[in-house]
Design a protein around this ligand. Structure first.
Ligand code: GLV
Ligand code: MN
Ligand code: MN
Length: 404
């Protein structure tokens, strides 16, 4: 089956007719349909399927000896996301295995295609939940407590989708000697460089922080402006301050999700909950940025007669990918070395790297540079260049004399 055929199979699953964006919520019907497709692709290639109790799955081409070379990515999406973030890595992995087999390549070690669950944290709020559980970066006890927006606990959501949850590190990681994740680029670095393929150098530290603003519910008409304790106002001023602060220091601060209670047009709200996504070049600067935004929020709350509490929900430290491995994949290509570039987006590759697995990432050019939006894009020619690049990388890692 070609890359294009596989892409067409996945294309309608979870796509909104109105926006053209995708919502493949972890353990929801669209994501499970993608997962069923994943299992079909494994079966069609004779890959041996191994799953853990967290919902992560690997299809192994059992060949050669020793720990395997894992590729793959994730199948879940953000709310109204693009088609490529995640699935491009999975589809490209199957296509790369087909290419290697067509070439008669004989791997010296097993080759696996993986699908990690809840990479986006769109349902349970914690980024890369599947790979964190698999590597022990989050305890099963903490994961048991996670709830989605409707209050459904993680194990219940898994059970409702037909899984038998057994959270925590299982044996899946033991088979993994090295991981390469191919991903659509989520910015315009490769466009600006005129390159179709790049290799990751690092992932910026990033985190999600819940800001709970409390105030006093009251009538929108009869309450004089000076008598209000309006948490929406405190939120709005905090969001402006966060934007200014991040701009001034070349960092990122985004309030992308809010909830207001009671969310009525003609009432001052009693409570506003807003989630800050913050990203910086260093762990120190991330901590400083979030502390400063919190300080400004508290300062504003003091003036508005409102309250604020800040809770870190998901924090990912800086990841520097193995520079030797990145260099080994980037060098020695017709047309020159692939550029090695940083990213501000989080990935399961970052979690596996932090767990001590030699890890690399390949990026495929995205002409819009847009991601986490229906406008996310990649040209078919670049996707096919990505398949070729991944196949070449797997050859280097699983061929004769591979050392990683
Ligand atoms: C995941 O794509 C993230 O960076 O939030
Ligand atoms: Mn992704
Ligand atoms: Mn994403």
């Amino acid at each position: 089956m070609t890359f294009e055929q596989m892409w067409r199979d996945l294309d309608p699953i979870g796509r909104s007719a109105s926006s053209g964006g995708y919502f493949r919520q972890p353990f929801g019907s669209a994501e499970r349909e993608c997962h069923a497709w994943f299992l079909e692709q494994c079966a069609a290639r004779g890959l041996e399927v191994e799953s853990d109790g967290n919902g992560n799955t690997i299809g192994w081409w059992r060949t050669g000896e020793g720990q395997g070379v894992l590729t793959g990515s994730h199948l879940d999406s953000v709310l109204d996301g693009g088609a490529y973030d995640g699935p491009l890595g999975v589809v490209s992995s199957f296509a790369a295995i087909d290419l290697l087999r067509d070439r008669g390549f004989v791997p010296q070690r097993p080759l696996g295609v993986g699908a990690f669950v809840e990479e986006e944290g769109s349902r349970f709020g914690l980024a890369c939940l599947g790979s964190r559980l698999m590597t022990g970066a989050i305890s099963p006890a903490a994961a048991q407590e996670l709830r989605d927006r409707d209050g459904v606990p993680l194990p219940d959501a898994m059970a409702a989708s037909g899984l038998d949850p057994s959270l925590g590190p299982g044996r899946l990681l033991e088979g993994v000697g090295v991981f390469v994740e191919l991903h659509v680029e989520q910015g315009r670095d490769l466009v600006d460089r005129g390159a179709a393929i790049g290799v990751a150098s690092e992932i910026w530290p990033h985190g999600r922080y819940r800001f709970d603003f409390t105030g006093e519910a009251n009538h929108a008409g009869t309450t004089r402006m000076e008598d209000r304790h309006d948490p929406m106002l405190t939120y709005a001023m905090t969001a402006m301050a966060a934007n200014e602060q991040a701009r001034a220091s070349g960092e990122r601060a985004t309030f992308g999700r809010i909830e207001a209670v009671p969310n009525g047009t003609n009432a001052v709200p009693s409570r506003v909950t807003a989630w800050l996504d913050a990203r910086c070049a260093t762990d120190d600067s991330l901590e400083k940025l979030v502390t400063e935004i919190g300080r400004m929020g508290h300062d504003r709350a003091g003036r508005d007669g409102t309250g604020l509490s800040v809770t870190a929900e998901s924090v990912s430290a800086r990841v520097g990918f193995d520079p030797d491995l990145a260099g080994r994949l980037a060098d020695g290509h017709d047309g020159g070395a692939w550029p090695i570039i940083p990213t501000q987006a989080g990935h399961d590759a970052g979690i596996l790297s932090a767990a001590g697995i030699p890890t690399a990432m390949l990026f495929v050019r995205n002409p819009t540079g847009v991601s986490h939006s229906p406008a996310e894009a990649a040209e078919t020619a670049d996707c096919l260049a990505g398949v070729e690049a991944l196949a070449t990388s797997l050859e280097r890692l699983a061929g004769e004399g591979a050392t990683e």
